[in-house]
Design a protein around this ligand. Structure first.
Ligand SMILES: [Zn+2]
Length: 174
């Protein structure tokens, strides 16, 4: 994939749509992911990579770069200070696992990792805290230059989903 195609997805469309009620489910896609039945097709539809007793790891369907992952506690909590120590530790452990996965699969050379708290800070889903992992490559565009002309095609996301799942299956430590 050419580097310029990795950036600037349909993010404004997403920002405009976030106040609309979800057609089905709880209205929170992370809670829906956390409660998703163990069904391959259903998990694929929700781009769930793996779950632990405390956390859920999904691909971002509106990514800054392909391989943009979201790590969230299973519990619907808005504030970092509301997480238990166990939830915080698991969030970071799964973040580390995500970094490892992206190094292997998309050969990421760097990462931006962080949490947007509150809508004014850019949180698309302010009610359910989640940590972003955005893979980076040397020579790519500035992290803030994301609202450009090109976008990641949905096919690229589902193709990468399959590649990531394959790698997760190979690596039992994830
Ligand atoms: Zn939630």
């Amino acid at each position: 994939m050419e580097r310029q195609n990795l950036f600037a997805p349909w993010r404004m469309q997403y920002i405009r749509s976030i106040d609309k009620p979800a057609a089905s489910g709880s209205g929170c896609f992370l809670c829906d992911a956390a409660g998703c039945p163990d069904d391959v097709q259903e998990r694929r539809r929700r781009v769930i990579l793996w779950t632990t007793p405390l956390s859920v790891v999904v691909m971002n369907l509106y990514p800054y770069t392909n391989g943009h992952l979201l790590i969230a506690p299973r519990a619907h909590k808005a504030e970092l200070e509301d997480l238990t120590s166990e939830e915080m530790l698991d969030l970071e452990r799964q973040t580390a696992a995500g970094v490892k996965l992206l190094k292997r699969t998309v050969s990421a050379q760097g990462f931006n990792i962080g949490i947007n708290i509150g809508r004014c800070a850019g949180a698309g889903l302010p009610g359910h805290i989640h940590q972003h992992i955005v893979p980076r490559w040397s020579g790519d565009v500035n992290f803030m230059d994301v609202l450009g002309e090109v976008r990641i095609v949905p096919e690229a996301i589902s193709q990468l989903y399959d590649e990531l799942l394959e790698e997760i299956k190979k690596d039992g430590s994830l």
